[in-house]
Write a protein that binds this ligand. Sequence first.
Ligand SMILES: Cc1cc2nc3c(=O)[nH]c(=O)nc-3n(C[C@H](O)[C@H](O)[C@H](O)COP(=O)(O)OP(=O)(O)OC[C@H]3O[C@@H](n4cnc5c(N)ncnc54)[C@H](O)[C@@H]3O)c2cc1C
Length: 440
Amino acid sequence: MKICLFWHRRDLRIHDNAGLAAALASGLPVVPLFIYDSDILDHLPDPADARLTYIFDQVERLAQETEAAGGTFLARYGKPAAVLEALVQEFDVATVYTNEDYEPYATRRDAEVGALLGRHGVDFQLYKDQVIFAKDEIMTKSGTVPKVFGAYHKTFLARLTDEMLLPYGSREAFTQARLHALPPAAGPRPTLASMGFERKEQYVPTADLPAEDVVRQYHKTRNTPALQDGTTRLSVQLRFGTVSVRQAMRQAKALNPKLLAEISWRDFFMMLLWHYPNTATEAYDPKMRAVPYRNHEDEFSAWCEGRTGYPLVDAGMRELNATGYLPNRVRMTVAGFLVKQLFIDWRWGEKYFADKLLDYELANNVGNWQWMAGTGAVSAPWFRVYSPASQIEQVDPHREYVRRWIPELDTPAYPAPIVEHKFGRDRAVEALRKARQEAG
Ligand SMILES: Cc1cc2nc3c(=O)[nH]c(=O)nc-3n(C[C@H](O)[C@H](O)[C@H](O)COP(=O)(O)OP(=O)(O)OC[C@H]3O[C@@H](n4cnc5c(N)ncnc54)[C@H](O)[C@@H]3O)c2cc1C
């Protein structure tokens, strides 16, 4: 019997899923699939990874829901092209459905998979699902890539309709009649142990939308890191697609325009990375590509471990290390400190965040790091150096947040500042000025 596969990637949900809805509407029996990509897993630094544990739990949940609805959920470990090639040889597959992914690795992978499936006479259908506007759907009036968020967001709002945020009916269509049950032999799924990993539990907020109160207050509470629910904590859910961006935007559109704007930064950065895939690893601004960063290893370790003597930086890094999360305002502080005060390459910080953040998202991470470093397509001015001492007065005036993470704060055990602010600032600004002049 001819079947189609729906390949889940960063959309670990059944409801409101564009590609899954298309597969279920195709008239062919559907078999959902997840591939644990060995190319990605081989690069995880630690055998106990909270993100992989989270993905594994979500895949198992999807599998249970699929089985409860009368279907089979396939999960495989390996290189996606090889896994798919084996599957189309094993089963009579007419089409592989999936949702678009705009990261450089993913676009290369999907081009390879599309060509391979084509050689086997299998159709490969991709759908826009994880953003509202993708690729070049929003351009400036003169047809160039938008590089000013304010202008981009204005167009975004002007073009955003309620219809665009309506959910796809994939949950309703997810029935025995549309799913396909394979023989049990197709069923065994990889376990964490079979892939060489261990469980690592870390707190992840539930896959629901934030409480309405949190959303209504968001613009007043978002810059107060001491508050546990000052922001939505949607980032992990959006990263793995357990919440759809349409759900999140629908709620934000109804309740808080500031939140809608923040979520659209995600579309914005994904759009920029799609246009400029090179910026995953190099400065967007050519004048910032040969900066003589100091890259002092001991100072980098002090930053990683939260021992810089700047309480907001240290509290942030300790929170990141302990929980895999950091509020946006503190991400900005620690990033600004690394690149401008210690004058260490933003890519070192980007990599450290990539290893630690539960919500690690290439487009958002690179986009924000380049913003803080003054190297990006959108950026803070290269000569702007934030002072952690004045930032703490703005965001944690009563030291509630920093005391939570630094018990020894008011004791002699807490280190003196690793660098004097004015000295660090002048050192970075001078070196950047020179590097930019030399770059012409
Ligand atoms: C140096 C640095 C690195 C970052 N790395 C990441 C990353 O790897 N993954 C990631 O998802 N976000 C990243 N961010 C953006 C932002 O800090 C997080 O999205 C946010 O803190 C997550 O918490 P929240 O869901 O409670 O956010 P909220 O403030 O409640 O925002 C809601 C959603 O809007 C989006 N959003 C908010 N702020 C931004 C932003 N500045 N850029 C892009 N999207 C945004 C996110 O999807 C977020 O979940 C980074 C920011 C900085 C300064």
